[in-house]
Write a protein that binds this ligand. Structure first.
Ligand SMILES: C[S@@+](CC[C@H](N)C(=O)[O-])C[C@H]1O[C@@H](n2cnc3c(N)ncnc32)[C@H](O)[C@@H]1O
Length: 227
């Protein structure tokens, strides 16, 4: 994939997203950018894993920082927790474009306007303490080049472009590194439940749970690294 022009779209739940015109692929579901992120990543990922953990510290790894919507949702729900959020992204999006998505308004978190801006404008490849309880490390790199430090991540948001458009990112090799990064009992959530995606996850040792999807998608996946 090469970076090519992106344009703003409005999805069915009225929240905005971006369209990558080269791939003809949107950053979120056309049926609702916010609805998808809230269900798949926030509820099935963050809230689920936070309820399983014995501690108030949660280490998250996101494949595909994109607009930062998933990170913003976690930030909004992070009260009382200590968040270490690492995000991989090879093609950062310009802040001027992100600003026009009005995400802090969409998620009713206007108090985080300045923090969300800082999320995007802060340095890459170094940890930034955005709030007393939210530390962000954006790594400007290819998913395929990611070498996991073993067993330190609690939760993975796997939010690559679709397996139809970028099959090489949903491979056994990429999932193998994701699994390596997770501690036992760690989970990976993603919006695709394609047969060969599930197969590749299983080959890496994940146990798959199929969960009801947001509008327009029958199922999504939560993959657990067995204890
Ligand atoms: C579905 S979008 C991510 C959506 C994002 N989580 C959000 O909330 O906006 C997929 C992201 O993967 C990034 N990407 C595509 N190919 C990549 C690669 N090989 N390595 C790293 N990032 C890549 C794209 O630039 C895009 O931001």
């Amino acid at each position: 994939m090469r970076m090519s022009p992106v344009s703003i779209i409005t999805t069915s739940d009225a929240s905005k997203s971006l369209l990558h015109t080269g791939l003809n692929e949107s950053y979120h579901s056309y049926y609702g950018a916010l609805s998808e992120s809230q269900l798949v990543f926030l509820s099935y990922g963050f809230h689920y894993q936070a309820s399983q953990l014995q501690t108030k510290t949660i280490r998250i790894l996101e494949y595909g920082f994109g607009t930062g919507l998933n990170a913003l949702l976690v930030l909004k729900h992070s009260i009382g927790m200590q968040i270490y959020y690492t995000a991989l992204e090879l093609y950062p999006v310009n802040w001027e474009l992100i600003r026009q998505l009005h995400y802090t308004t969409a998620v009713e978190a206007e108090e985080f306007d300045a923090v969300f801006r800082e999320m995007h404008l802060s340095e890459w490849d170094q940890p930034v303490q955005l709030t007393p309880n939210f530390c962000l490390l954006k790594r400007k790199m290819d998913f395929k080049a990611f070498q996991a430090e073993p067993s330190h991540i609690d939760l993975i948001f796997f939010d690559a472009f679709s397996p139809d458009k970028q099959p090489e990112l949903w491979s056994e090799e990429v999932f193998g590194q994701a699994c390596q990064a997770l501690r036992k009992g760690g989970v990976l959530v993603t919006y695709s439940s394609k047969g060969w995606v599930k197969q590749n996850l299983r080959k890496c040792g994940f146990k798959i749970e199929r969960l009801p999807g947001p509008k327009g998608k029958r199922h999504v996946l939560r993959a657990v690294k067995p204890v």
